[in-house]
Ligand binder design. Structure first.
Ligand SMILES: *[C@@H]1O[C@H](CO)[C@@H](O)[C@H](O)[C@H]1NC(C)=O
Ligand SMILES: *[C@@H]1O[C@H](CO)[C@@H](O)[C@H](O)[C@H]1NC(C)=O
Ligand SMILES: *[C@@H]1O[C@H](CO)[C@@H](O)[C@H](O)[C@H]1NC(C)=O
Length: 261
């Protein structure tokens, strides 16, 4: 390659970098909140519209001088906050409460002067780290933590699943033990007043090596939707042979039949 070609290429690469440069934010699953930065160095006019979106839809909308919660989709309902102070140079950063691995995403902040007139566009890439819990077989119990916003609607369903098994179901304002997989019978417990406190953590008693797996908590009613994954690893009391650990990491909580024999 000629030096001039090389120079041209590096200038092109530099330009690409400037254009595509996005803020990266990383946070632990379990943090109370995370801030997605979006700032301008100039004062903004009063009648701006600000739209935060991910690739599925609107995360937060600010228009006519106030938040427009009706426009955001239910996954983010009740979890976002924008502190707008137009007297300062614009800080349009978004606070996202109780982030989980399901929030890992690219977010776009767009500032409109009018429908067609975009003043600014900015991207933020959020990575929420997976939550991992490790425990030894023989312990009394293990907790799979999940905290979200308090005062969830009364008709919210909370469901912990692992692969295709129902680990615990809370529905119609009470636990539904007859719905859970027999392997988890009498072994799970959720907090009292879980919808009021937003503490949806699951206690699993007498964890066994075969409980190892990816546990998902789904929370929903017609207006709300939340999800979180917790990876549980239960270490056996016996020495791990290679085959056993391969089996467990592949199959986890779904079924071990034919794997350990
Ligand atoms: C904003 O205000 C304008 C004019 O006052 C009105 O026509 C429009 O419907 C309002 N939009 C929202 C989302 O409130
Ligand atoms: C919900 O629970 C109440 C009692 O707590 C019961 O009367 C009602 O039938 C339940 N609803 C359904 C759809 O099962
Ligand atoms: C769960 O507990 C109930 C009541 O204590 C008992 O009758 C039932 O056999 C237990 N089920 C299992 C699978 O241990």
């Amino acid at each position: 390659m000629l030096p001039s070609q090389f120079l041209l290429l590096s200038v092109q690469l530099m330009l690409w970098f400037v254009v595509l440069s996005v803020d990266q934010v990383e946070v632990d699953s379990g943090a109370e909140s995370v801030q997605l930065p979006c700032k301008t160095t100039v004062h903004l006019p009063e009648d701006i519209k600000v739209v935060w979106e991910d690739r599925k839809g609107k995360v937060h909308v600010y228009q006519n001088g106030s938040d427009q919660p009706g426009e955001q989709y239910r996954y983010y309902r009740g979890r976002t906050e924008m502190k707008i102070n137009l007297l300062e140079p614009g800080d349009l950063s978004l606070t996202l409460k109780y982030p989980t691995d399901w929030d890992s995403n690219t977010y776009t902040c767009t500032v409109y002067k009018s429908e067609e007139d975009i003043l600014m566009k900015k991207q933020v890439e959020l990575k929420v780290k997976d939550y991992q819990v490790e425990v030894e077989e023989g312990e009394e119990s293990v907790q799979l933590p999940f905290r979200t916003t308090p005062d969830l609607p009364e008709d919210t369903t909370v469901m912990w699943v692992c692969s295709d098994r129902t680990v615990h179901l809370y529905w119609n304002r009470s636990d539904q033990p007859e719905e859970q997989h027999r392997d988890y019978k009498n072994r799970t417990e959720m907090k009292k007043d879980l919808l009021k406190t937003g503490d949806l953590s699951l206690t699993l008693k007498h964890p066994k090596e075969t409980d190892t797996g990816r546990y998902r908590c789904r929370v929903f009613n017609k207006d709300v939707w939340r999800e979180k994954t917790v990876e549980l690893k239960v270490k056996g009391q016996y020495e791990d042979t290679e085959q056993r650990s391969v089996c467990l990491s592949v199959i986890g909580c779904s079924s071990l039949i034919g794997c350990l024999s």
